[in-house]
Design a protein around this ligand. Sequence first.
Ligand code: COD
Ligand code: ATP
Length: 290
Amino acid sequence: MSWQTAMDCSEILAQHAVTALIEEAELTPKPGLVDKQNSGSHSDMSCELMITSAKALEETFAQIALVSYQQKPSQSLREKIAEIGRSGEKAMFRATGGVNTHKGAIWALGLLISSKAMASPDTDSETIAKLAGELARYHDRYVPTQQTNGLRIQKRYGVPGAKGEAEQGFPHLRLIGLPALHKARQKAKSELHARIDTLLALMANLDDTCILHRGGMDTLLVIKEKADRVLVQGGVSTAAGWEALADLDLECERRRVSPGGSADLLAATIFLDAFNTSTKSRCLESSVTN
Ligand SMILES: CC(C)(COP(=O)(O)OP(=O)(O)OC[C@H]1O[C@@H](n2cnc3c(N)ncnc32)[C@H](O)[C@@H]1O)[C@@H](O)C(=O)NCCC(=O)NCCS
Ligand SMILES: Nc1ncnc2c1ncn2[C@@H]1O[C@H](COP(=O)(O)OP(=O)(O)OP(=O)(O)O)[C@@H](O)[C@H]1O
């Protein structure tokens, strides 16, 4: 996939980002998260709301791509996209009536869109994620000083959180998400199973501040271990893996936790993967059973 002008680039990247968010929301089943079957551990969200929110972000994503087109990482660019990202958060809250549907996703996708727009269209995903990290490491002098759940949790548990993940060049995207998706496809898994296995691989590895915030460290460790157990059983395409997924789902429900950070990184994985020409026309079946 290629683009010739800044406008093309902006439209293509924004559309792809919205599609990635919609495909993440619609992927079913997902433990603890909003999907087509239920709203997981989120009493204030639904799949329709996630889709409304995703569509409301298209303009934000387009603006980020436009200001980043053929630029280099710099403090000035970092501050420009931070401002656009913050107005994107406002657009999200307006569209959802005040519900935080995509804050983490705006952050991750915003940086990756900026990086894609800076680089030439055929740049590989590894380089894109690292370039996004380079941009994230510039200090934003206008960052609001108020405390967030994520900042509190990062301090309390000493984990990198969404900010650290980006500043490190998205290691979970490069080393876990994209390889898990490609490995599942190599094993001829269906696209549905491949994507759920990718989410589980992220959940098994990520110190997700959404889970830490609601459940604490004990809960995070149990969720990581149970996600890993599905993969050890061969993933959700096996009967034992499917059963282990049901067990993980019950655990998220019982503890009222949701892997929002892993969901964001799954959307980011889907976004970057779409530019890989060999996987362009993947067919995602709508079945929710094994
Ligand atoms: C860095 C952000 C996410 C704020 O982070 P913070 O951890 O303080 O906030 P908060 O807890 O509210 O949100 C974090 C969200 O990140 C996701 N997340 C959680 N853990 C992780 C993790 N380990 N890795 C990646 N994402 C994670 C979850 O969805 C979570 O809800 C971001 O909102 C921000 O600072 N935006 C400012 C605007 C900006 O600079 N934008 C630039 C790109 S558009
Ligand atoms: N399918 C999904 N379902 C739920 N959350 C998702 C999904 N996809 C991504 N997320 C991410 O999860 C985050 C929402 O998590 P959460 O509800 O824990 O945040 P919060 O509103 O800040 O905290 P809390 O609800 O615990 O007060 C969003 O910012 C979003 O980026």
